[in-house]
Design a protein around this ligand. Structure first.
Ligand code: ADP
Length: 203
C-alpha cells in the first residue's frame, strides 16, 4: 500500500481531534447557546446530557462514548437510580442526574429521547421534554453550563432538520425562564450534522 494515500486526512481548519472542544461554530440567544462539532465527552461543563435509553444501563452512540470515557462510576449510579426510582426504566422525556465519573464534566444528565415514529405523533413534544427537563434539572441543582448531543437523531431516527426546529424553539422558550443558565452547548458529531442544524434552526 502506498503510504502517501493511506495516511490519515488532516484538514488544518477542521481537525476535531486537536482543536479545543470549546470553539463554537455559531452562537445564539445573546451567546447563551453555542454550536459545536466534535466529541461531547471532551466538554468540561457542569453537566453533559446523555441520549440514554430507558434501561439506563448503557447503549451505543453517544451513550456508549460517555460510559467508556467516564468509567464504571456512571453505570453504578444509573443502576442505583433504576433500583430506587425507576424500576421499569426511565420514561421518554424524563431526566436524571449522576456523577460524571472520570469525564471532565462534573455531572451527566441522562434523558431518553423519543424513537421517531413510535409515539403516535407526540415525538416533537417528547423531544422538547428531554431538553426542558434536562435544563430544569440542571437549574434545580444550581448548574449553569450544559452540553447536549443531538438527542434522538442517531439510532432513534429523528430527522435532524426537524429536531433542529424543536430544539431551537424549546431552548428559546426555556432559557427565558432560567436566567441563571449561562451556557448551553449543542454538540454535533459531524460537520454535516452541524450544518443541518444551522440551516434549519428557528432561533
Ligand atoms: P439516539 O438513540 O438518541 O438517537 P445516538 O447516540 O444514536 O442517540 O445518536 C444521537 C446523536 O449523537 C447522533 O447525531 C450521533 O451522531 C451523535 N453522537 C454519537 N457519538 C457522539 C459523541 N461522542 N459526541 C457527540 N455526539 C455523538
Amino acid at each position: 500500500r502506498n503510504s502517501a494515500t493511506s495516511a490519515p486526512l488532516r484538514l488544518w481548519f477542521f481537525d476535531t481531534a486537536t482543536m479545543p472542544a470549546s470553539s463554537p461554530l455559531a452562537t445564539f440567544l445573546d451567546g447563551r447557546v453555542s454550536i459545536h462539532v466534535g466529541d461531547l465527552t471532551r466538554h468540561a461543563v457542569d453537566a453533559l446530557v446523555n441520549a440514554a435509553n430507558a434501561s439506563l444501563l448503557g447503549g451505543g452512540g453517544v451513550d456508549g462514548a460517555i460510559h467508556r470515557a467516564g468509567g464504571p462510576a456512571i453505570l453504578d449510579a444509573c443502576r442505583a437510580i433504576r433500583a430506587s426510582r425507576w424500576p421499569e426504566g426511565l420514561p421518554t422525556g424524563e431526566a436524571v442526574l449522576t456523577t460524571a465519573g472520570d469525564l471532565p464534566a462534573r455531572y451527566v444528565i441522562h434523558t431518553v429521547g423519543p424513537v421517531y415514529g413510535q409515539h403516535g405523533g407526540r415525538e416533537a413534544e417528547l423531544l422538547a421534554n428531554c431538553y426542558r427537563n434536562s435544563l430544569q434539572l440542571a437549574a434545580d441543582n444550581a448548574l449553569t453550563s450544559l452540553a447536549f448531543p443531538a438527542i434522538s437523531t442517531g439510532v432513534y431516527g429523528y430527522p435532524p432538520s426537524e429536531a433542529a426546529q424543536v430544539v431551537s424553539t424549546t431552548l428559546t422558550a426555556v432559557l427565558a425562564t432560567l436566567p441563571g443558565m449561562a451556557e448551553v452547548r449543542l454538540v454535533f458529531f459531524s460537520p454535516a450534522d452541524g450544518a443541518i442544524f444551522l440551516r434549519h434552526h428557528r432561533f
